[in-house]
Design a protein around this ligand. Sequence first.
Ligand SMILES: Cc1ncc(COP(=O)(O)O)c(C=O)c1O
Length: 439
Amino acid sequence: MAKLALNGGKAVRAKSKAKDWATWPVSDAADAKLVAEITKSNRWSYDGPIEWDFAEKFTAYQKAKYGVCCANGTVGIQLALEALEIGAYDEVIVPGMTWQATAAACADVNAIPVLADVEPDTWNLDLDHVESLITKKTRAVIVVHLYGCVTDITKLVKLCKKHKIHLIEDCAHQHGTFWKGKGVGSFGDVASFSFQESKVISSGEGGFNMCKTKDLFYRLYSLRNCGRPYEASPVVFGLKKAVDISTALQSGNYRITEWQAAILQGGLRRLDKQVKGRDANAIYLNKQLEEIDGVMPMRRRKEVTQQSYFNYSFRIDPKELKVTNAQFCAAVNAELGLGYGFEAPYEPLNMCGLYKPRTKVRHKLDKEYWKALNPKRHKLPVCVDAHTKSGVTIHHQLLMNKKKDMDDVAAAVAKVVDNIDELRKNKTKKTRKYTALAD
Ligand SMILES: Cc1ncc(COP(=O)(O)O)c(C=O)c1O
């Protein structure tokens, strides 16, 4: 008789109990009240008091210097590149495992995204590979603090200084992560955050840039606001008018509204407690998973003083278990009856269905550039292995449940491993879908 729920066996947790799992996004009565107040006011658009109050508080929380809201995380990366005057034919090193936006934004400023492989146990940039890819044309590295791990930021900052290249942090996944007590987003010249619905602070859509210097702030402000110079109205971060406000920059409209800012205020109020709760559950779950044969939690570096999670991840050993991550995820999902599920991590950008820079005519600068844009020229064995064989990941809402729910998750994983012979007979293909929540 079948043991696994996938094959009709009794599940660790019945499907009918799906509603007992925590869901995302969340909001409260104070959010709704503020939204209603804005609706009745005459301040709906950008540069409003709620937006700037949020920007100052969020920047202070991450222990960064300056910050400004923008339309979304994709635009945030584009504006970071433009603020640093990175453009045509400049090379930018980007991890091969990330949401496509990190690389697509480089192509959108006519730079050349150069894809680097990742560490097998964090899926963050492999810094030795990064260094080997640096050429005379390299202008920046974009580090993505992926899912629930960070790379060695101290080492990366030194590497960028040594080679005199910029560091951009893509923090779309990790609002609330601290490295030796300092927030991510405070290490790079410029950082970008996403507030898309799935992210740990969300306004449905939205983004944010942090930066280290006044000049970069002035540029980022202008770039998100049709090129308009910062006029110190209102005064933010104690900054006076930009020194030279006579020359506007060429740019578009990448602003947010006061309604979005209202929802962000609520998200920020709840953030610290939520991040700490997820982190405690992740540590608790990791301890249980490391006891299971063929299952390996991700590596947490000792310098991480608080870890925020966009996704919770772990790895299986496909050689030992003789199944793929796709088979494994399907089996665990069937045991838990979640409304969402475990899946493979991002498709590597050299085989990603949504990273197709050569489908845009505007990228046809010349033959050399066109060739350089071909994602397939990059070798990313660790990314490919994680996506096709060993990586398992799930949205952070899983970690917003109770400790006893983590026991169910560990029990489901253990049960699948105990019945791995049965699972080997099930053939499951891909697990990753392009759902709205899964960016
Ligand atoms: C790592 C990473 N970078 C950038 C982005 C882009 O953010 P947005 O969806 O707000 O444009 C995302 C979005 O999912 C992301 O996961």
